[in-house]
Design a protein around this ligand. Structure first.
Ligand code: GTP
Ligand code: MG
Length: 169
């Protein structure tokens, strides 16, 4: 049994990394957020898999290799943040070296009519390290707890079948 899970959120500026963490913690959308959320620990008994889970907001000084799973956050209304997902970067390097699973997180789904899955699926097919993808909204709390559950699951039950909630509907 793993003793804990450390989830790291990375992504372009302003895609909503900090808001996602704050929304999970307070169960409401924070109108104002600090640049970076403090590391939070969710106690084992309130996580679905019963394992203490640390959630770490991106900062340049966080040692990537301490993460058990990395969530790459983009904003579904921001093309540039989606394109960045597909480019080699320190995260990809870390993922390749340490086999850290990745989750693609399309935030701000409240701002668009249609899904970004068409753009995201080719990227998913390109990187086998990408465990799953999820579209969510820190603003209307859609798929927030699901996102952190998928991240936890990617660590505890790796190489699960690809699962796109949007596709299953
Ligand atoms: P940096 O720390 O600067 O890299 O940004 P970040 O990725 O932590 O984003 P942050 O949480 O600071 O949010 C950036 C802006 O997007 C803020 O104005 C948030 O209110 C807004 N925002 C975050 N999530 C959502 C969302 O789901 N929907 C909408 N409409 N706005 C959001
Ligand atoms: Mg931030």
């Amino acid at each position: 049994m793993r003793k804990d899970v450390r989830i790291l959120l990375v992504g372009e500026p302003k895609v909503g990394k900090t808001s996602l963490i704050m929304s999970l913690v307070s169960e409401e959308f924070p109108e104002e957020v600090p640049l970076r959320a403090e590391e939070i620990t969710i106690p084992a008994d309130v996580t679905p898999e019963r394992v203490p889970t640390h959630i770490v907001d991106y900062s340049v000084i966080f040692p990537l290799f301490q993460a058990n799973v990395i969530c790459i956050v983009y904003a579904v209304n921001n093309k540039k943040s989606i394109e960045k997902v597909s480019f080699p970067c320190p995260v990809c390097l870390c993922v390749a070296m340490y086999r850290v699973p990745l989750i693609l997180v399309g935030n701000k789904s409240d701002l668009v009519e249609h899904s970004s899955m068409e753009t995201i699926l080719p990227i998913m097919n390109q990187y086998s390290e990408i465990e799953t993808c999820v579209e969510c909204s820190a603003k209307n709390l859609k798929n927030i707890s699901e996102l952190f559950y998928y991240a936890q699951k990617a660590v505890l039950h790796p190489t699960g079948p690809l699962y796109c909630p949007e596709e299953k509907e």
